[in-house]
Design a protein around this ligand. Structure first.
Ligand code: HEC
Length: 405
């Protein structure tokens, strides 16, 4: 009887979670990069993972970079590229190991952009790497100092750097015009025509294709992210404010207080704005500024379930309890107790997990979240998270014991 109630509670919670379109919770550190393509959200984090989301479910978690994932780019074939603080670029298909993992830069990657049939990456070393998808990339000395933004523009690219220039590149990667900027750029976005540059002085810059620059002060806090869709521009500050601005007039339409600390990443989805913050959450907002989720820091207490069912909410993003893993990023936890680590059938584990010698018991699963995956199972793709309260861990284990048989 109890089992049944709990099972209902969970499936109900999951259904509600999807229907309520909550925040995306899965990263174990600040969210650093966001992109949206074809109904999916792509995120990168200081936790060294990238996650592909469908609704509020994490479908894929990848880990290869040594340091933060600083850029993510969906690819036309359904995979994606990630760029890291380690100066490397990874190309991901649907397996747990990257299809390609290349050191193109000596310093952190700032941005990735589509380039012809391949991709371009720009880094703090001032270089843009142009990769046609097959050969070694061609490196272009693009800016004197850090590059902080790169976008596809026309059939080429546009980039901004610490040399206070906005530079255009043609389809072959040859330099075109450049425009002087009145302040250091922190990020670059374009709607395909007009370019928008965020700056640490709190000013949003609008640059027309002809090079005419208009300045719009949004506040006195450094702006650290900017994004566009065809009708709107959004810029975010280091203190968590986000402004949604009319791209023509630069008039502020909505000001959000995300309470996420620094908002390092922004993306428009179909009719929402996504904000990625220091709290590790990706929050979702209607374009009129109404939040779609519950925000940090308290987890939503769910419908009539036990404490254990509530604690499991944090896991349900990535794990099911039924034999079918239902296309979630983590393996099913069905039958977890007594199972050796890394052995759920049909799941593509990381090499790290496969080589470990742990059998999952109430004690070892509890220890996993007492010490956190990075300590207990180093190299795991599961994002760092802990369940610090002993009572919560006990409730989680009790719940799993009932629900995973
Ligand atoms: C953002 C996604 C995500 C979240 C949230 C998450 N996990 Fe995981 N988990 C994973 C991934 C991915 C793996 C596989 C790691 C690998 O292959 O390196 C994993 C592995 C595991 C394993 C080892 C499974 C095995 O077959 O060896 C257990 C146990 C586990 N998770 C339990 C949990 C619990 C309990 C929670 C909630 C407290 C949780 N996870 C939250 C993604 C997640």
């Amino acid at each position: 009887m109890i089992r049944r109630t709990l099972a209902c509670a969970v499936s109900l919670c999951t259904a509600l979670g999807l229907a309520q379109a909550q925040d995306l919770r899965g990263h174990g550190g600040p969210v650093r990069a966001l992109a949206f393509e074809d109904g999916r959200v792509y995120s990168g984090s200081f936790d060294t993972r990238a996650i592909v989301w469908s609704g509020t479910v994490a479908q894929q978690v990848t880990r290869a970079h040594d340091g933060a994932v600083t850029a993510v780019l969906p690819l036309p074939d359904g995979g994606f590229a990630s760029g890291g603080q380690d100066g490397r670029v990874a190309i991901w298909g649907d397996s747990s190991e990257p299809l390609q993992f290349e050191q193109w830069h000596g310093l952190p990657v700032a941005a990735l952009a589509p380039w012809g049939a391949g991709i371009a990456s720009a880094a703090w070393d001032g270089q843009i790497a142009l990769w046609n998808g097959a050969d070694a990339p061609r490196l272009v000395e693009a800016h004197d100092g850090q590059i902080t933004g790169l976008v596809s523009y026309g059939d080429g690219l546009a980039s901004v750097g610490a040399d206070l220039r906005l530079r255009f590149w043609d389809a072959d990667g040859a330099p075109g015009d450049s425009v002087g900027l009145p302040a250091q750029p922190s990020a670059l976005a374009t709607d395909g025509e007009t370019l928008f540059v965020s700056t640490p002085t709190g000013i949003l810059l609008r640059v027309t294709p002809g090079g005419e620059t208009v300045e719009q002060p949004l506040g006195d806090r450094p702006l650290i992210a900017v994004a566009t869709d065809s009708n709107l521009v959004a810029a975010a500050s280091i203190t968590g404010e986000v402004w949604i601005v009319d791209p023509e007039t630069l008039r502020v339409q909505v000001e959000l207080k995300t309470e996420q600390g620094p908002v390092w990443a922004l993306a428009f989805s179909d009719d929402e704005l996504l904000t990625g913050g220091n709290d590790g959450l990706i929050r979702r907002w209607r374009l009129d500024g109404t939040p779609l989720g519950e925000g940090a820091p308290e987890r939503v207490a769910m419908s009539g379930g036990s404490r254990g069912a509530d604690v499991f909410q944090a896991c349900a993003v990535c794990h099911t309890l039924t034999p079918d893993d239902g296309a979630r990023a983590g393996p099913t936890l069905h039958g977890i107790f007594g199972r050796r680590i890394g052995t759920a059938e049909g799941y593509d584990y990381s090499d790290a997990l496969r080589q470990m010698d742990i059998v999952w018991t109430p004690q070892t699963v509890s220890d996993l979240f007492k010490y956190g995956p990075d300590t207990y199972t180093p190299g795991s793709r599961m994002p760092e998270q802990k369940v610090p309260s002993e009572a919560d861990r006990a409730a989680l284990i009790e719940f799993l014991e009932a629900e995973t048989r």
